[in-house]
Design a protein around this ligand. Structure first.
Ligand code: NDP
Length: 249
């Protein structure tokens, strides 16, 4: 079975590293025109985008800090003039700053909330303008198993991802009459830079709770992202799809 994303423009925040990188590659291979945003390492991001373009895939990069709503609005206007409207938005950019509640600094709280939850708001509002005009759209938010089964030291991260899941459901209700679907993918522990510290510190302990006894690969998430981005998922909205090898049980 071939899932096609031909004629779809897919915007992926944080689309050049980790899970976002795998989703950029997979959606482009399925035929989409992909715009991957990056923030910090421009040279590495451009290398990755260049390597996909050299394989004939339609991938473009744009620098954008999801915390900055003005920058997001400007970037979205540039994208629309160069590529037309976004059909599928994947809100993937995220950070962790774990700490126990008594030692958690204000900054660790606000950075995580502003990036993981504020970023979803900023980018979604900008893209929703285009989707509401088109009376069509598809938004996929990347949450986390931490929203339903948080670890110690994750009050900021769990709050941000719980917020993302609540936003997903509220937006699904609000935008369904305009033919815009909104869903969430909630990964478990996936082998990226983000989870390296926790895998190094407590990997064996975590694996005891993962029914399938392995960490996930970025591709495990990317496969679902391709399906959710396609018309094959056209009757799914307001849903949180857990991909965690059974960790949340
Ligand atoms: P990585 O740390 O590998 O990558 C994070 C990505 O987010 C990078 O592309 C980074 O861009 C981007 N990013 C961070 N802050 C900003 C910002 N302010 N503006 C724009 N982009 C930003 O993380 P993962 O790939 O592991 O995580 C991707 C998503 O999946 C996150 O939302 C994360 O919470 C979620 N997740 C991850 C899990 C895991 O085990 N890895 C488990 C559950 C959920 P750049 O590098 O260019 O700065």
């Amino acid at each position: 079975m071939q899932v096609s994303l031909q004629n779809k423009t897919v915007l992926i925040t944080g689309g050049t590293r980790g899970i976002g990188r795998a989703m950029t590659e997979a959606t482009a291979q399925a035929g989409a025109n992909v715009i991957a945003t990056y923030m910090s390492n421009e040279a590495a991001a451009q290398d990755f985008i260049g390597s996909l373009r050299s394989k004939g895939l339609k991938v473009h990069g744009i620098k954008m800090d999801v915390r900055n709503s003005q920058q997001v609005d400007e970037a979205l206007a540039t994208m629309e003039s160069e590529h037309g409207p976004v059909h599928v938005l994947i809100n993937n950019a995220g950070i962790v700053k774990d700490d126990l509640i008594l030692s958690m600094e204000d900054e660790a709280w606000s950075d995580v909330i502003n990036t993981n939850l504020g970023g979803v708001f900023n980018v979604t509002r900008a893209v929703a303008r285009q989707m509401l005009r088109a009376r069509s759209g598809n938004i996929i938010n990347i949450s986390s198993v931490a929203a339903s089964r948080p670890g110690r030291g994750q009050v900021n991260y769990a709050a941000s991802k719980g917020g993302v899941e609540a936003v997903t459901k509220a937006l699904a209700v609000e935008l369904a009459p305009r033919n815009v679907r909104v869903n969430c993918i909630a990964p478990g522990v996936i082998t990226t830079d983000m989870s390296k510290d926790v895998r190094d510190a407590a990997g064996d302990k975590i694996l005891e709770s993962v029914l399938l006894k392995r960490f996930g690969n970025p591709e495990d998430i990317a496969n679902m992202a391709v399906f959710m981005a396609s018309d094959m998922s056209s009757y799914i909205t307001g849903e949180v799809i857990h991909i965690d090898g059974g960790l949340k049980l």
